[in-house]
Design a protein around this ligand. Structure first.
Ligand code: HEM
Length: 468
């Protein structure tokens, strides 16, 4: 196991030699607890290693060039992710889990929903949601309370995804127990023993789980979400309601002859809901955390934000928001140090010979790209645990190993949406508040070892001081 002060990558406990790829894998003895950067020591020995996740062998690709080969150049041999889905539960069938031609068809349909033009259409509704944060943050500032930042930002991103994607008002600030906030928390944070058992079955015994029709989404979440979407679509169709949100675009696609069933709409809407609120909330939270620790950077960023508002008559247009350079650098550096999706998955779909070697990767082999480990590797980033937005000063300079949104034809489809949402949240906060560290946050932050999405073992609290 590799340990360091911030990361404990539990899976590596099981490093050994998977039978399937015996010639590939070297037993790594020289793991070094003093190394502070995740998986990097392996680079000194080999660029591809094997690990067991439970009983399942995986290949871990450590050389960024090999990563690009898998994700981009020879993508056709590594199209799938191998994530469990079961058709009897529509919330499990979506872009992340779909495979082969089914995924390709869906990806083509949804690409048109995430263009810059569509983002602009959603901008005003999202901006409105960002201002919903202010009364709650004002109250905390006035009373000098600690703010649970991830929870607060997740309310904003849930409101925003609700409004721009599902076309529903979530009111997460007016009502802390709002239905969608509850659903969001439930799906990512609340698992009964039964839910854990089901999840375990779908990961380690997927064939049996399929036969038993087990889902990896909690049944109550699936039931409630499916009902909300079904009712909303039916209501809109019956009343001829045309809205510019994402659901409206799906209904339009469906009615323009593109084949799309209600189950398909439910699955994709569910994914966009979960992917849309959580990863952006983590990115915004971690940028604020770093800015609280780096007051100089915070002042510099606030200057940029305030002068952008001033230049636009105290408003923020889509173009002016997206044009702020240092804001972009700060977010990109957060995505490097704290990538919300810590590893990327692929499955080899046809026997594949690795270029320049005799290595054959067999069809069915599961691949992991350890994004977090690479982003913190001192071979790629000097002083990797230092948060330094100046690394991203030159936008044209290609970074050696940077994959926060994956890469290639199956990269994150919501990238533009995410940047817009994170920029908006940060600009709104920095214009109104000075953000300070709180003694309530235990440091250093520790990444939770068991989760696929970035989570911490403690809550992130900060203090907000009103500026004017
Ligand atoms: C900062 C925020 C986000 C981060 C860091 C992020 C990261 C990622 C990563 C690493 C992947 C896997 C890429 C790969 O396998 O190569 C992914 C896939 C995906 N993301 Fe995001 N994501 C973010 C926000 C969003 C948002 C806002 C949405 C939708 C509203 C979204 C929708 C998706 C979808 C649908 C996929 C699967 C794409 C496919 O398989 O075709 N993501 N994301």
């Amino acid at each position: 196991m590799i340990k360091n002060d911030e990361v404990e990558i539990e899976e590596l406990t099981y490093i050994s030699t998977p039978d399937a790829n015996a010639e590939l894998i070297k037993q790594i003895d020289s793991r070094n607890d003093e190394n502070q950067h995740g998986i990097s020591p392996f680079l000194y020995f080999t660029a591809i290693v094997g690990v067991f996740l439970g009983i399942d062998p995986h290949l871990v690709i450590l050389d960024p060039e090999d990563v690009r080969t898998v994700l981009i150049k020879d993508f056709n041999s590594f199209v799938d992710r191998g994530i469990y889905m079961i058709k009897t539960d529509p919330t499990t069938v979506h872009l992340v889990s779909q495979q082969g031609p089914e995924w390709r068809n869906a990806r083509v349909k949804f690409t048109s929903v995430f263009t810059s033009a569509k983002m602009k259409m959603m901008y005003d509704a999202m901006k409105q949601c960002s201002t919903n944060m202010i009364p709650t943050l004002d109250d905390s500032a006035e009373r000098n309370l600690d703010v649970d930042v991830l929870d607060t930002i997740a309310r904003f991103t849930t409101d925003s995804v609700g409004s721009t994607i599902l076309g529903v008002e979530c009111n997460c600030f007016m009502n802390p127990d709002a239905k969608f906030r509850r659903l969001g928390k439930h799906v990512l944070e609340q698992f009964t023993l039964m839910d854990m058992t089901r999840l375990f079955m779908t990961i380690y015994f997927p064939r049996l789980a399929k036969e038993l029709r087990i889902s990896n989404v909690q049944p109550e979440v699936s039931k409630q979400f499916s009902k909300i979407i079904k009712d909303t679509v039916e209501y809109r169709e019956k009343n001829g309601l045309l809205r510019k949100d994402f659901l409206g675009m799906l209904i339009q696609l469906k009615n323009s002859g593109v084949q799309m069933t209600m189950d398909e709409i439910i699955g994709q809407a569910f994914l966009f809901f979960v992917a849309g609120f959580d990863t952006s909330a983590t990115t915004t939270t971690m940028t604020l955390f770093e800015l609280a620790e780096n007051q100089e950077a915070q002042d510099r960023l606030r200057k940029e934000v305030i002068s952008t508002f001033d230049e636009n008559n105290n408003d923020l247009t889509y173009e002016s928001l997206m044009g702020m350079k240092y804001l972009g650098q700060a977010i990109d550096e957060t995505l490097r140090k704290w990538p919300p999706v810590a590893s990327i998955l692929r499955v080899c779909v046809q026997d594949y010979k690795f270029p320049g070697s005799d290595i054959i990767i067999e069809k069915g082999t599961k691949i992991i790209v350890p994004v977090l480990g690479m982003h913190r590797d001192p071979d790629f980033y000097q002083d990797p645990l230092k948060w330094n937005p100046d690394r991203f000063e030159n936008r044209n300079q290609k970074l050696p190993a940077y994959f926060p949104f994956g890469d290639g034809p199956r990269n994150c489809i919501g990238l533009r949406y995410a940047y817009m949402q994170v920029r908006l949240g940060l600009a709104t906060i920095l214009r109104n508040y000075k953000v300070l560290p709180s003694p309530a946050t235990e440091k250093p932050l520790k990444i939770h070892p068991d989760t696929f999405l970035l989570r911490f073992t403690q809550r992130v609290h900060l203090k907000f001081r009103k500026l004017h």
